[in-house]
Design a binder for this molecule. Sequence first.
Ligand SMILES: [Zn+2]
Length: 502
Amino acid sequence: MTSPTNDTALMPYDDVLAAFDPALGLEVHVELNTASKMFCGCPATFGGEPNAGTCPTCLGLPGAMPVVNGKAVESAIRIGLALNCEIAEWCRFARKNYFYPDMPKNFQTSQYDEPIAFDGWMDVDVDGETFRVEIERAHMEEDTGKSLHVGGATGRIHGADHSLVDYNRAGIPLIEIVTRPILGAGEKAPEVAKAYVSQLRELIVALGVSEARMDQGNLRADVNLSLSPKGSGTLGTRTETKNVNSFRSVERAVRYEMQRHAAVLSGGGSILQETRHWHEDTGITTSGREKSDAEDYRYFPEPDLVPVAPSREWVEELRGTLPENPTARRARLQEEWGFSDLDMRDTIGAGALGLVEETIAAGATPQAARKWWLGELARRSNEDGVDLVDLPITPADVARVQALVDEKTVNDKLARQVIEGVLAGEGSPDEVVASRGLAVVSDDGALGAAVDKAIAENPDVAEKIRDGKHAAAGALIGAVMKEMRGQADAARVRELVLEKLA
Ligand SMILES: [Zn+2]
């Protein structure tokens, strides 16, 4: 089945806004960090020897009986409460029936008309404005296994000569958080979508219920978008772009779909209700499978599991464990850090609030933390096309780099090289300084002692230099650099060697 429309026709963004109102919808899957899986005792770890972390229950073998993971229910309730949801007094799991090789049971145990959490909201900050995103539901389900297609060029099934299935991920607990249609975002729709996912991630991290790494698939976003004629107040036909795996891609996918929908609609065509694949490299979406609202998964209540009926006492006890609410937290941090509204807006917009907070906790000043994350590191994240949180550098590393600057071990220029080394996987900031010889030690006392030692240990080399063979100085400089772990100013060492042996 092919779409009659040309996928590549795009309308200029300003023209889209003049003619249409966008409606967004986001479905975010959060993989919980429980020790065991949703319905069995297998380890809920990512990766490892394929199919080592499986048992009859998560392989869907006949007669195996599932048991609900209490810790996953607790995490689901805490997520629901943090999203200002109602918590069901009684709810059930349901079987969602479909066939796919990475799903061993041929149904996914999920929740259907009885989610554990519903009717909530989250306030999202975008450029200093607050958008209230309404949460329809947050429900519990299990992850699928993973297929690996071998032999094709792109890792996709097309062109592959065989496929392998790894069920280690099958049964890992997931929470799916579904918004109501987000209306009224207008030109900021792409930014609102990005900010929602980014701020939701921050909340999940604060709750401590998931690693929440988008690049690792712990947090996956499906982005729904539709357009309606401007001012009509109706909802158009939506498409669902699946598994968008970074904040910046969420923003790009929304913008792309807005421009694509607008081109189709203004050309007299209609939008096909379907899933779309997001292509990170080319920044486009392509047609997936057709999807109707009443897609028949033949949901029915799971007969092998008892209903979940959390007591009100337990729910209130869990409410007491919630982290500070995000709006209050942002206000407190701005006050503590002495940031202007603009500083704060930029920090939140870059998805750097938590990173800056952790960098300050590791010893940097607020201004220094902000400078690195929004300066050099933001530049690198743009260049590499990855989110700040996914850069291979920790807040502690960034605080250490600033400490090296403050100690005058490196200057600002060398500090950027230290960061480059950390990002390249060369080790901690101190290791990079040592291995690259970046430190500026120009203190003659420390250098002089090392030079004297090198001369004493290499009398024959020293003699040559005294005889005017200055080329031999390299051996002594090398000895000093080794003694100083590479953190010496080589030019100054050379001067000292020649002065002492003149
Ligand atoms: Zn298992």
